[in-house]
Design a binder for this molecule. Sequence first.
Ligand SMILES: [Zn+2]
Length: 282
Amino acid sequence: MQIGKYKLTVVNTGFFRLDGGAMFGIIPKNLWQKTNPPDKQNRIKLATRNLLLENGKRKILIDTGMGTKWNDKAKAIYDIDQAKHSIEISLGELNIRPEAITDVILTHLHFDHTGGSTKSENEKIVPTFPNAKYYVQKKNYKWAMNPSERDRGSYIKENFLPLSNEGVLKLIDGKEKFDDEIDFIIINGHTFAQQLLKISDSKNTVLYCCDLFPTTSHIPLPYVMGYDLQPLVTVEEKKKILPLAVDENWKLFFAHDPEIVCATVVNTEKGFKVGEKFNELR
Ligand SMILES: [Zn+2]
């Protein structure tokens, strides 16, 4: 898919599982399990789906997935499956070497979005993309360095501290435009200062909607994750963004839906629902 000067390509970086109850907050299991069947441990399957934006000069990666620095115990807890898709495999299939990535935009520093930003090399943790500048919101970085007891498990410092130490992590302070086609939408319900990416030209808009709408099942307003730090703020953020998505025919790009890459949204008598679903970006 082409938007303005950018070619957009899906980069699948694997699958993992999280507790279905935590993924759906107050929604009863007998509702969410219809679309997201849990395994014996009550976990549902989730993708880590990233996006590559290329023009003649830049190769910009949006988020980096779980990465490969996991021990066997953690791999089992999250059922991490990178047999067919990982950041290395998927970029390799596109004939893109890690050295060729010029920019990595991180929506936020949760481990399932930034794990692939660093890798273990000769017992040292180093940036995976040696020539890239990495970007994240300053407020999210500050929070990640000192999270609460409740969300401490979601931020693993080896995913981002080495970037800061190497001087390649640029902290953005609320700046809302990255390039002509790329705007940031900063939201605070899920964590503090998560930046969604709105990629648009005069014809098409794709919203990398990240953990505001992790899957197609999360479009209706009350479907808010138990992980969210401020769930009522998330509801307000959804109420602001969904009418725009309907009116301007945006495609929401899902970072975690196990099957659907992107979809439109419709407003019905029963509220906002997923519209047309796509298995590829087009
Ligand atoms: Zn998150």
